[in-house]
Design a protein around this ligand. Sequence first.
Ligand code: ZN
Length: 599
Amino acid sequence: MPKPITYCLAMPKPENHLFEVSCHIESPEADGQKFALPAWIPGSYMIRDFAKQVLKLSAQGPEGELQMTQLDKQSWQCDKSPGPITIRYAVYATDLAPRGAHLDSTHGFFNGARVFMRILEQEQKPCILKISPPQAARYKNWQVATTMPIQEVQPAGFGSYRVENYDALIDYPFEIGKFKKLSFEACGIPHDIFLSGRLHSETDTDRIIRDAKAITEHHLQFFSKPAPFQSYGFLVMVLGEGYGGLEHRNSTALHCSRDSLPRKSDEEVREAYRTFLGLISHEYFHSWLIKRIKPEAFVPYNLAVENYTRQLWIFEGITSYYDELALVRSGVIQQDAYFEMISENLCRYLSTPGRWVQTLETSSLEAWSKFYKPDENSPNLTISYYLKGALVAWLLDLTLRQKTQGQYSLDTMMEAIWTRFGKTGLGLPEGAFENITQEITGLDLSEFFEHSLRTTRELPFEEILTDFGIDYQCVTEKSDKKTQTVVKSNLGVKLKTLGNEAQIAYIYADTAAEAAGLAAGDTIIAIEGLKTDKLRLESMIAEYPVGTAVLLHVFRRDELLTFTAILKEKVKAICLLKCRDDASVDEKNKLKSWLQIKS
Ligand code: ZN
């Protein structure tokens, strides 16, 4: 049995935002132990250089202080040591994001990738993690929320945990503080939801449990047994504003807004709550797709540099497709609400000019430099592999169902890659998903994949939907005669969300704003000599007919400039999905089978 690496994590003064960490290595490498902090965290594809928050680094051997050499921005090497060594350091933690580490007088939260050094060449050794509580009286009620396997802990959760290797050590987030714990069983497996942050007094926790149980049971039954975990935890940070999550092997760290949680007085599933349920569903589905079925490029992760793959559309796009589909299949939302969700996705997709520029595979490959580093030109240059990936997954699912008379579907494919790659731990090679889909279904789908993944040509939604009894209308506001929408003039900008000023976040390509010479960052202060702001800009512009030349006063940095914009019509996609009144029995049955509607 290899001796484990022992990590100790303390937070003697949470108010100084420092996690104090030590790492004890029984048998350091003979020529001087190297160690490093990851540059990124799996699930969030951006180099973040976590080592920049490390301070007070030192190392001790049996004979006292050891010298060490910094090798690069994130790695160090100790001098040779005649025996075991202990590395000590602190990590400054003020990033509250689900991918982050955060410590203050209200709570602690961390992902192992932010705080635990990787001991090079010893990554496969088991790790013990000892967590001790802050001592001051004000922290006496703090508890630990995590799903990391316990070795020996006190009732509040402080004590020691043990995992099989470094990869596991950094795959269990911890929340430490005061939280509300909701527990339920899904298919016999214990699940906990830890709600941190302030809740509204009318929050309907029973409803959260009921809906989370329905969604998790759905996913557990979707994939063949055994389930990939024996317990599961949702670590939820409730904020005034917030949305996001990061998946882990049997837990997830989430952010949600207080208003997105259901209230006791709610009769329907509000849109914000639907979004929260979608997030739960998404991260849970990842337990299979990306935590166990992984792109070959992630097996193993190289935590020092970018890990490139063209397959994120599978891992994030298909997950996004199923996170919403599971809501209707599990019965937590109705068919109408599901159609509304797809319509919104279609609308967002069709309103993104970048879909003509970036292919789905390229979007995945460039995630590190584009999706995760958006700027003012992103809508014109990029398309999200979540958004387009989910739409392609949807088209693929319906295509498989249509072409095989319901014998095969994307569900079949998920089960196939779960069996071949998830259960075996083999990485999914680039291109393998296409080959396996064709192998199993016997269909020639080369044109479908080429079109969807490697070109920017429009996706063929309309044809396939008819076969499922769905009426699909996609119109711009200009041509939408059915709802009598008036043709509106438009500048073609998106404003920043913060503040009341009309400051430009994005300028869409081929719009009045672009032609006039406006730039992202400009603040529009007046239209035709009248004051404007974020709330009034759109309606003030809409009052002028298309083709009007309007005078704009604008601050660029601290310089007042004037521009003349020739207004164009507003081109905004509106998509409507509904069941056709004249759908045949066969078409209705196909729809029911897809959505798994029982009656
Ligand atoms: Zn995801």
